[in-house]
Design a protein around this ligand. Sequence first.
Ligand code: CDP
Length: 206
Amino acid sequence: MIIAVDGPAASGKGTIARALAGHFDLPHLDTGLLYRAVGLSVLRHGGDPAHEIDALRACGFSDAMLHDPDIRCEAASKAASVVSAHPAVRTKLLQRQLDFASQPGGAVLDGRDIGTVIAPAADAKLFVTATPDIRAKRRFAQLVGEGSHVAYDHVLTDILDRDARDSGRDAAPLRQADDAVLVDTSAMGIAEAVAEAIRLVETRRT
Ligand code: CDP
């Protein structure tokens, strides 16, 4: 069974995807990590994420990069969102995601274009969302918990900028697939959102 989980930043899609993978005993790929690795790699080499050549060069990142703690930082998030708009970068990262999705037994993938581009024939597709304000509050709490000194307004602006870039780009924009089920987690805690996601996937299983 292939499960596609898409949605905007801090919607809860990563938590839901991990929980689904655990529940259905499937391998999980957070595809955002691939774009973050490219973004971080560009920054480390002193390149510009907006330059396609710099971003393309960074696509040969080492697997160790995926486990680098810096991959979670806000600079890497922003760079990821900029490099991910280059069609050539998306093409470079495509095969790896297709291979992961097509492994025997299936997989859970989360990202922005799983249900639309990577696994259009997925058995279950969820589009996880929440209001920008709620998402910014979650991201803010997470950053403060990690010891960052950030202003809430800054986090909200970053989320809105990223939403605009991810949804407005020509290459595989963030969009709910026609056959994806919407899960609005605005008023849900983690346990409730996970239970709802499991229920929805169960109903789609044949
Ligand atoms: O966790 P969060 O939602 O903040 O970000 P992420 O899922 O790690 O993704 C980081 C950035 O990579 C996003 O803002 C997207 O621009 C990009 N991305 C993408 O274009 N396609 C994907 N399948 C996954 C991420």
